[in-house]
Design a protein around this ligand. Structure first.
Ligand code: AMP
Length: 193
């Protein structure tokens, strides 16, 4: 299986690039943020809990989001591979993902870190807030999401470096240019195996 962790700060383009990857390589996509936004739209119990965290720019507790991820992953049996978008976001989540995949006879093939400078991230998030009305794309929540990213999520770079699956991608330029870099990396992995 070609399991890809698409990684980066909020606004780095994970969702956009995930869509292109799944089309090109025939993979499945799991965006934990999208799963949670759906739950909120449907007014479920999980949605109500998620809303509390998302509106403050905070991460849901590891145990809860790992449970959600496991359920969604089990709906994708028989897949060629999964693009994990927005998961893992903490070291315990990364360890859990490894365990869950290992139990299913597979692992993360590559972690792609979309590297974008902070000013550009803020610019993109504010723009997305104006266009899509996504509730957490407002100045206060953006600030806390970026802090959370630096404190809780960025340490995953070290984790995946040690795993030997880390790969940095320049996340600025056109969408096609960035996808070109990703495609080259993924093609090198698919020809290796
Ligand atoms: P995203 O769409 O990936 O930017 O996620 C939006 C929000 O959903 C985040 O700011 C968190 O509040 C929550 N969320 C999504 N994925 C996770 C995760 N892996 N762990 C904890 N919270 C998450």
């Amino acid at each position: 299986m070609l399991n890809v962790v698409i990684f980066g700060a909020p606004g780095s383009g994970k969702g956009t690039q995930s869509e292109l990857i799944i089309k090109e390589f025939g993979l499945d996509h799991i965006s934990t943020g999208e799963v949670l936004r759906n739950e909120i739209r449907n007014g479920t119990g999980l949605g109500k809990i998620a809303d509390e965290y998302i509106s403050k720019g905070l991460l849901l507790p590891d145990e809860l989001i790992i449970h959600v991820l496991t359920g969604v992953l089990d709906e994708k049996r028989g897949t060629k591979g999964v693009v994990f978008d927005g998961f893992p976001r903490t070291i315990p989540q990364a360890k859990a993902l490894k365990k869950i995949l290992n139990e299913r006879g597979t692992d993360v093939a590559v972690m792609l870190n979309l590297d974008v400078e902070e000013d550009e991230l803020v610019r993109r998030l504010l723009e997305r807030g104006r266009l899509s009305g996504r509730q957490d794309d407002n100045p206060d929540t953006i600030k806390s999401r970026l802090e959370v990213y630096h404190n809780q999520t960025a340490p995953l770079i070290g984790f995946y470096r040690e795993e030997g699956t880390y790969h940095a991608i320049r996340g600025t330029g056109t969408i096609d240019e960035i996808f070109g870099l990703i495609k080259k990396k993924l093609e090198s992995l698919t020809t290796d195996c």
